[in-house]
Design a protein around this ligand. Structure first.
Ligand SMILES: [Zn+2]
Length: 391
């Protein structure tokens, strides 16, 4: 058994792929958050202006593509590029084939309306997504792979087709949250396709599973040569402006973005403004719980601690209250409805992904071996602190 350890600052466990805790027990995301305090973001903002000037259109044509979902971060990206930089962006998005929330539909409409931008959307073929989803769920426990892959690939494909060179993405997830890519911060998003969200699965794998070549062409990332020839410049906006999801949300709200409010109270969530677009998609982030022993609450507590919105102690209270093994009912219902699995089939498949370093099965149910693992760490800290005070 491997000992699971938790970041001493943000509670993220070292079971997260690519996450490394240093000798002081702090994860890369927290180290990077410290580093960011000494970054001169005024200077980087000037760098962004320079870059925009290089690509700015003089004839009214689109001069950049922003990969958007309609979420709070997309609103923020569009705000920076259109309102602050004065660019003429084309928004490019991928719509998943699940049931969309009313809030999500509003936000998607709103982003185009509030910033007066056109959107090109890829409505993915539901039949293909369904088949790939079942395979990816059963084989890797990653049901939304085909959707996540399209989100990275489609904007680049469109940029090449339309001859628009500047492509704007949000944050570098490996740098911001700790992940499998090398952690040196760079503005270029050229390597993004290799991060853990939509990592390359050998296309022969899909062909062997009965997916036809013509069906997955849309998910094949352009070659380095094609990207070079088109002179594409994919960038992370999070390099140029200090990235903080909660602050992005505050700005998005000013431009008409809405949180879920009472439309959907989500199990295991401590906020109502992230990943609010569709129901079934949330089964995918839920699978982190059996696989790695943490859920969405841990992610968000980490964002908030690093962003200075809450203390570590407040974070611990939130985790004790909200972090659990439950999958949101509405999300599961929509997932079953879309895929055609029965409840029993779903749990049988999910069963093989529970991490036995963290969980053990008793009477057919999975339980954490240590009940409040973060608290164990926390108590050790407190005892040490007490011992010091008593000296
Ligand atoms: Zn951390």
């Amino acid at each position: 058994m491997n000992k699971v350890r938790y970041c001493k600052n943000c509670f993220m466990p070292n079971t997260k792929p690519g996450l490394i805790l240093d000798e002081e027990g702090i994860c890369q995301a927290c180290r990077h958050a410290e580093e960011k305090k000494s970054i001169d973001y005024n200077k980087r903002f000037e760098e962004l202006k320079k870059l925009c000037n290089k690509y700015r259109s003089n004839n009214g044509s689109y001069d950049c593509i922003i990969a958007v979902s309609g979420g709070k971060d997309s609103h923020y990206q569009t705000y920076v590029m259109k309102e602050l930089m004065g660019m003429n962006p084309l928004l490019v998005s991928v719509s998943d084939p699940f049931t969309h929330t009313k809030t999500g539909r509003h936000n998607f409409q709103n982003i185009a309306d509030a910033f007066s931008c056109d959107i090109i959307t890829l409505n993915q073929n539901p039949d293909l997504v369904r088949r790939m989803m079942k395979i990816a769920f059963e084989e890797f426990g990653s049901p939304t792979w085909a959707i996540d892959r399209a989100i990275y690939v489609f904007p680049i494909k469109m940029a090449i087709k339309l001859g628009i060179k500047l492509v704007v993405y949000g944050e570098n997830v490996s740098y911001e949250y700790g992940g499998v890519l090398e952690n040196k911060e760079t503005y270029s998003a050229k390597d993004q396709i290799n991060n853990d969200v939509a990592k390359k699965i050998d296309f022969d794998f899909w062909l062997n599973k009965g997916i036809r070549q013509e069906e997955i062409n849309m998910l094949v990332y352009p070659t380095d040569k094609e990207i070079e020839k088109a002179e594409l410049e994919p960038i992370y906006l999070g390099y140029f402006v200090k990235w903080d999801g909660y602050k992005n949300y505050q700005i998005a709200k000013k431009y008409g973005f809405r949180s879920l409010g009472n439309e959907w109270i989500r199990e295991g969530f401590i906020e109502d403004y992230d990943q609010v677009d569709s129901y079934a998609y949330l089964v995918h982030p839920w699978l982190k719980y059996p696989k790695f022993g943490f859920g969405r609450a841990t992610d968000v507590v980490g964002y908030w601690i690093r962003g200075g919105k809450i203390t570590r102690k407040e974070g611990l209270e939130l985790l004790k209250k909200h972090e659990n093994s439950l999958v949101d009912t509405k999300a599961l219902e929509d997932f079953l409805n879309f895929t055609g699995y029965t409840v029993k089939e779903f749990w049988n498949i999910a069963d093989k992904f529970w991490n036995t370093d963290i969980f053990e099965k008793t009477d057919g149910l999975w339980y954490k071996k240590i009940n409040n693992p973060w608290e164990e760490d926390y108590i050790i800290n407190s005892i040490e602190e007490k011992a010091i005070t008593n000296l």
